[in-house]
Design a protein around this ligand. Structure first.
Ligand code: PLP
Length: 291
């Protein structure tokens, strides 16, 4: 069951709403233009994980779109309300919590904000165990353009995910599960809804690598938390630039995101790549501890 709670000044802890009933105006610019931002985070035992990191990224995305975001305290109370209702309905298994903020109904200048909570789909949990086959797809922009083109909103988590969803459909139609986007100049960027991580082991040194943020990718909260924990556990850390050859030569590659956590990449463009159960178990244990 999906639980909805709208942020509404008239309701201090948020206004619960029925997900089976219409709740938005058809003129909401989030619906008509994808003009808004969102976050997806994991809740375990009714408690949201990495909440400060998600609220900070939401505020950054909203600032990039010049939408006024509600204060963190209002989000926190609405999330608590949504999770309390979700636990009551579905028990305290892992849940996906989504935060939405749109520019609001056309002509009003009043943003719309709500929280949803629902059980994590079984298919997402299965990716942690079975891994994912990916296709490399050209995202169609140069990796060096991002800082010069702020209007592209690269790095903001906007509601305009139609391209990301189309990429996943393309992958599924071609025998894969997901994608890794590359830039026109041949750099590895990110997954459709995930950050790319890779590991190299040489002479007893384990190195964890991820593409550089300057290439216009979303700053992953999972990647940041994994890097923090891995650094403390003795891993060397590095940030791109990475090319597809790095993925093919790595000892292991993962897609990392808040709900799936770490999904080992097993195939790229139909070819099997190296995986490591040992490295996956080690990093997954670190990820499990992230609060
Ligand atoms: N990159 C993109 C494009 C995403 O949509 C996501 C998450 O949905 C991520 C990376 C991973 O972000 P996080 O680890 O904060 O969930």
């Amino acid at each position: 069951m999906t639980t909805l709670v709208f942020l509404d000044p008239a309701f201090e802890d948020g206004r619960p709403a029925d997900a089976a009933e219409p709740q938005l105006l058809a003129t909401d610019l989030g619906v008509t233009r994808g003009d808004g931002v969102f976050e997806s985070l994991l809740a375990v035992g009714g408690r949201p994980r990495k909440l400060p990191a998600h609220l900070a990224r939401l505020a950054g995305s909203a600032a990039a779109l010049q939408i006024e975001a509600p204060p963190n305290a209002a989000w926190e109370r609405a999330i608590a309300t949504a999770l309390a209702r979700q636990v009551q309905a579905d028990g305290d298994g892992p849940a996906v919590v989504r935060l939405f903020l749109t520019r609001g109904p056309e002509g009003t200048g009043t943003p719309t904000a709500w929280v949803s909570a629902a059980p994590v789909p079984a298919a997402t949990l299965a990716q942690r165990e079975h891994g994912v086959k990916v296709l490399l797809l050209d995202r169609g922009y140069d990796s060096l353009d991002a800082p010069q083109q702020p209007w592209l909103l690269l790095g903001a988590k906007t509601l305009s995910y139609a391209v990301n969803m189309a990429a996943i459909r393309h992958a599924k139609a071609n025998g894969a599960d997901d994608v890794i986007f590359t830039s026109s100049d041949g750099r590895v960027l990110e997954g459709a809804t995930s950050t790319v991580l890779l590991a190299m082991e040489q002479d007893g040194v384990r190195t964890l690598l991820t593409p550089e943020l300057e290439s216009g990718i979303l700053a992953g909260t999972t990647q940041a938390a994994v890097f923090d924990a891995a650094g403390k556990a003795g891993w060397a850390l590095g940030y791109g630039p990475l090319e597809p050859s790095h993925l093919l030569e790595a000892d292991a590659v993962w897609l990392a995101s808040s709900i799936r956590l770490l999904a080992p990449v097993t195939h790229i463009d139909g070819e099997p790549i190296r995986t490591s159960q040992r490295l996956t178990s080690e990093l997954s244990a670190l990820v499990e501890d992230i609060l």
